[in-house]
Design a protein around this ligand. Structure first.
Ligand code: SAM
Length: 361
C-alpha cells in the first residue's frame, strides 16, 4: 500500500494553509488551487471484489493470499455519513458508492438509506452487476437514484477472460434488467476498451443497448494503480471508438449535460439514444475535475492517480468536531493542484499510485 500522509502531520505550520479564523464551514464556495469546485464524492465502501478484471485487480497480485483491509479499518456507515454530510456542506451534490465491489459490503442498503437522507444529493452506485439482480429492488427502496454497471463485452468468452472468474455475461444483463425494472434508470453501462482484448465488442455493445434508454460509456484504458502493467499501446483512443461506432450506427455530437461532465456525449442520428466516451488518456479533463475520493479506510484523495491521501478517519475517530473536520477538508481542497492526466508521461506511469479498488473507481 502506498504511503499515506497523516493529516495531522501535514497540518503542521507551513504544510497546509490554515483556514482563516473567521472561516465558516460549510461555505459551498470551496475552490482548489486551480479554481475547481468540489462537486462529486466517490466513496469506496470495500476494497474487495468478486471479479479479478485483468486491468484492475489482476489475479497475480490479488490472489488467495492477498490481504485486504481488516474490518476495523473500514469506515463505519455512521462515519461515512458524517463525512459525506460535511462534503455536501462544501458544495458536493453527487455521491457515488463504489469500490471494490460495493454490493459486497454487508447491509449496503442501510448505508444507502442513511445517505439518501442527506438533503440535495444525487446518490448513485457503480457495480459489476453480479449481485444486482438480487439487490436492485432493495437498493431502490433504500433510496438509491441510479446505477452504473460495468460490462466489458457481450461476447461471453471475452467477458469471462476479462473478469477472470468465469462470470457469464447473461447474469450481468439480468442485473441490468432488474435495475431498470426497479426504476434505477437511466442506467449507464461502462465498457473499458483495451486494445487486442475487447475492441471487437465495441459495435455489438452499442447495437445491443441502442433504443433501450441505457447509455453505454466507452472508457479509455487507464494507468491507474501500479499493478495492471499499462502500456499506451493498449489504449484505444476515444476518437477511434467513435469512428468505429459511427461507421455502423451513424452518430452526431451532443451537448454536455453540465459543465465538467466526464463523458463526451454522442447521439444516434436516428434518435434512438446516445453513447458516451471517456477519454481520460487522450483528452485529459483535469481542468474540469471536481471529484474527491474517500478510500475504504477513510483517506481523502484529490486525484484518481494520487500517491498519497489525507487521513480523515484519524480525525473522525479522535473526537474532532464537525467544524474542525470541515475546516480540514476545506484546507486540503484549497491546496489541491493535481492534474495527472494532463502531465502523464513515461516518467509518471511508474509512480506508485494507489489502486483503484481501494480508492474507488
Ligand atoms: N466493482 C465495481 C465495478 O466493476 O463497476 C466498481 C469499482 S470499478 C474499479 C469502477 C470502474 O472502474 C469500472 O467500470 C471499471 O471497469 C473501471 N476501471 C477499473 N480499472 C480501470 C482502468 N485501468 N482503466 C479504466 N477503467 C478502469
Amino acid at each position: 500500500m502506498s504511503k499515506v500522509i497523516p493529516l495531522l502531520d501535514t497540518r503542521k505550520p507551513g504544510s497546509l494553509p490554515a483556514p482563516p479564523a473567521s472561516y465558516r464551514a460549510p461555505s459551498g464556495e470551496l475552490a482548489d488551487a486551480r479554481g475547481r469546485a468540489m462537486r462529486d464524492l466517490r466513496i469506496s465502501v470495500t476494497d474487495r471484489c468478486n471479479f479479478r478484471c485483468v486491468y484492475c485487480m489482476p489475479k497475480e497480485i490479488y490472489g488467495a493470499d492477498h490481504e485486504f483491509l481488516p474490518r476495523a479499518d473500514l469506515l463505519t456507515f455512521e462515519e461515512i455519513t458524517r463525512i459525506a454530510r460535511i462534503f455536501v456542506g462544501h458544495g458536493v451534490t453527487k455521491l457515488r458508492l463504489t469500490g471494490g465491489e460495493p454490493l459486497l459490503r454487508r447491509n449496503i442498503e442501510r448505508l444507502v438509506e442513511m445517505l439518501a437522507k442527506v438533503p440535495g444529493v444525487d446518490l448513485t452506485l457503480t457495480t459489476n452487476g453480479a449481485l444486482l439482480a438480487k439487490k436492485a429492488r432493495s437498493l431502490r427502496d433504500a433510496g438509491l437514484s441510479r446505477v452504473t454497471v460495468s460490462l466489458d463485452s457481450l461476447d461471453d468468452a471475452t467477458f469471462r477472460a476479462m473478469n477472470d472468474v468465469e462470470f457469464p455475461v447473461e447474469k450481468v444483463l439480468a442485473g441490468i434488467d432488474a435495475a431498470a425494472a426497479a426504476g434505477l434508470a437511466p442506467i449507464k453501462v461502462n465498457m473499458v476498451v483495451k486494445r487486442g482484448t475487447n475492441e471487437g465488442s465495441i459495435v455489438a455493445m452499442a447495437r445491443h443497448f441502442k433504443g433501450t434508454g441505457h447509455i453505454v460509456r466507452y472508457i479509455e484504458y487507464m494507468d491507474v494503480g501500479a499493478t495492471n502493467g499499462w502500456r499506451m499501446d493498449d489504449v484505444v483512443p476515444a476518437s477511434e471508438i467513435v469512428r468505429t461506432i459511427d461507421a455502423a450506427l451513424p452518430l452526431e455530437p451532443a451537448d454536455a449535460n453540465y459543465a465538467g461532465e466526464v463523458a463526451e456525449r454522442w447521439r444516434y442520428r436516428d434518435g434512438s439514444g446516445e453513447i458516451g466516451v471517456i477519454a481520460s488518456v487522450t483528452q485529459a479533463f483535469c481542468r474540469d475535475c471536481t471529484r474527491a475520493r474517500l478510500s475504504t479506510d477513510g483517506k481523502l484523495y484529490t486525484c484518481l492517480f494520487a500517491t498519497d491521501g489525507f487521513d480523515l478517519r484519524a480525525l473522525a475517530r479522535d473526537g474532532t468536531s464537525d467544524a474542525a473536520l470541515s475546516n480540514a477538508i476545506a484546507a486540503i481542497w484549497r491546496q489541491r493542484a493535481d492534474r495527472y492526466s494532463e502531465i502523464r508521461s513515461d516518467h509518471t506511469v511508474p509512480l506508485k499510485k494507489v489502486e483503484m479498488s481501494y480508492i474507488g473507481g
